[in-house]
Design a binder for this molecule. Structure first.
Ligand code: AMP
Length: 192
């Protein structure tokens, strides 16, 4: 099963993708995680992405499309994957369609986690607090300033994907404001 989780920053895509991947034996493909790993490792991609990510902007399409094209080739993806944070632009969505078609793969569903915008800042602030409490390092973009840019990028570039996938008949919408286990149950229901 190949899925996309769609939603603004702080909607819970990462949390739900990770848990669903475990339940179903799928691979979670988070371009954000891959880019953070590249930044940490100091690769060419990481050097290109670091400042953009810190500000909350979007990394160029060709960079993330290249990352996903390579990653989907890996044998562990044969069983199915959950895309978390990709695609984020219509251009990325079209590239993904071409990529999947060329590999005779298909998307089974695109799940939108619908959330109340006003809740996003407090969710991001909570995530930062919990990370500190657990002794971890807070993401460079988990602050009010970068969140504003991330939200703008979401509404300008990513939200049109809701219409794109609705038109393709793949869109399912669930309530991302519910408690984590409830969201997980809704997710299980809609992906079947
Ligand atoms: P995330 O962990 O999904 O919130 O992603 C963190 C940051 O990585 C984003 O704010 C972007 O700067 C960058 N990023 C992740 N995925 C993409 C993507 N598909 N397209 C462009 N930039 C991305």
């Amino acid at each position: 099963m190949n899925l996309i989780l769609l939603g603004p920053p702080g909607a819970g895509k990462g949390t739900q993708a990770e848990a669903l991947a475990k339940r179903r034996g799928l691979v979670q493909l988070s371009t954000g995680d891959m880019l953070r790993a590249a930044v940490k490792a100091g690769t060419e991609v990481g050097k290109k992405a670091e400042a953009i990510m810190k500000s909350g902007g979007l990394v160029p399409d060709e960079v993330v499309i290249g990352i996903i094209a390579e990653r989907i080739e890996e044998p562990d993806c044969a069983n199915g994957f959950i895309l978390d944070g990709f695609p984020r632009t219509l251009n990325q969505a079209a590239a993904l369609d071409r990529l999947l078609a060329s590999k005779a793969k298909k998307l089974d569903a695109v799940v939108e986690l619908k959330v109340d915008d006003a809740a996003l800042l407090s969710r991001i602030e909570n995530r930062a607090r919990e990370t500190v409490a657990a002794g971890g390092t807070v993401r460079a973009d988990d602050n009010a300033e970068a969140l504003k840019t991330r939200l703008m990028a979401y509404y300008r570039e990513t939200s049109p994907l809701i219409g794109y996938y609705f038109a393709s008949g793949k869109l399912k919408t669930i309530d991302g404001m519910a408690a984590i286990p409830d969201v997980a149950r809704q997710l299980d229901d809609v992906v079947g």
